[in-house]
Design a protein around this ligand. Structure first.
Ligand code: SF4
Length: 308
């Protein structure tokens, strides 16, 4: 038996013994996706964890804010993040003090925050949203103007779809991985693969979104890939998604819009760290009760608006 298989067996054994569930974000390394119980985007995964009534431990193979959301939505379970340093730089771009400052400047304007924020920030907002539902949530709010953060490209996308006035907070929050995609690179690929369709994430820059055939979250991209009649699809999101796309659609050809589009924070998680996480029950993610209560309200408001 090779070393990787040995490690996988040890992880699966610990997982059974400790009644743990392994959640892997779509951007995780292929070998982690392959042993996860669920693969998906952040909120999709947190909700899956809520359905796992028997589970005592959630191993959230992703970055900090996602594990925090899981902890907020699953207070009775122990949530573990395999890599302590797996922090999303975009989430760090909107500290709570800054939200308070914007709220003071626009006292009666509702605050909508992308789930890619820390728990403390979520606790300051009226409602959360994901990249899949930002426009739907903003549409559902009874206001023509909203404060929205931290991603100004997603803010642009939501403004385009809703026609509402959206004030991005901070002014230029961004994902360092998604801004790597360039319109020119995609145009070269379109020439090379004339029958290909282009799917991009709304964290990409506006000029990239404007040349896309499809704009959506990672889960929406997975659905699009299955449903489209095209056999060649240019993908503009973190390259981890390609593994899932290829697995689910073995007959289609997925072309990365930029081959180095890697989120180094997501990739901090490895099989070795997954093993240590389960063995030592590290690193436990906790959110102070008062913060969790408010942040949960903002997440639940999103679920309510979506169900209407
Ligand atoms: S891909 Fe971007 S938004 Fe997602 S975790 Fe990495 S830095 Fe954050």
């Amino acid at each position: 038996m090779n070393k990787t298989q040995e490690l996988i067996d040890k992880i699966l054994k610990l997982k059974r013994e400790k009644k743990a569930v392994i959640l892997a974000h779509n951007y995780q390394r292929p070998e982690i996706q392959d042993i996860a119980d669920y693969i998906g985007d952040s909120i999709e995964l947190s909700r899956k964890a809520m359905d796992e009534k028997e589970a005592k431990i959630i191993v959230f193979s992703a970055v900090d804010f996602m594990a925090e959301s899981a902890a907020i939505l699953n207070p009775e379970k122990k949530v573990l993040l395999p890599s302590k340093g797996a922090r999303c730089p975009m989430a760090q771009m909107l500290p709570v003090e800054q939200i308070r400052m914007w709220k003071k400047k626009y006292p009666n304007v509702p605050v909508v925050l992308y789930v890619n924020t820390l728990a403390e920030a979520k606790a300051e907002c009226d409602v959360c949203c994901t990249s899949a539902n930002a426009a739907k949530i903003i549409d559902a709010i009874d206001a023509e103007k909203v404060l929205f953060g931290p991603d100004h490209n997603l803010a642009w996308h939501a403004k385009r779809k809703t026609g509402k006035e959206i004030i991005p907070i901070p002014e230029k929050g961004f994902c360092p991985t998604h801004i790597l995609f360039q319109k020119e690179d995609i145009e070269i690929l379109k020439n090379e693969y004339p029958n290909a369709v282009v799917a991009v994430h709304p964290e990409c820059m506006p000029e990239v979104q404007l040349i896309a055939d499809f704009i959506g979250s990672t889960s929406q991209m997975c659905r699009f890939a299955k449903e489209t009649e095209a056999n060649e699809i240019v993908i503009a999101t973190e390259n981890g998604l390609l593994h899932r796309l290829k697995k689910e659609n073995p007959d289609k050809n997925f072309i990365p819009a930029y081959s180095d589009a890697v989120c180094p924070n997501m990739k901090l998680n490895t099989l070795e760290k997954l093993y240590l996480t389960l063995k030592n029950e590290q690193y436990v993610v906790t959110v102070p009760k008062a913060v969790a209560k408010k942040a949960r309200k903002a997440l639940e408001k999103m679920f309510t608006l979506l169900s209407q």
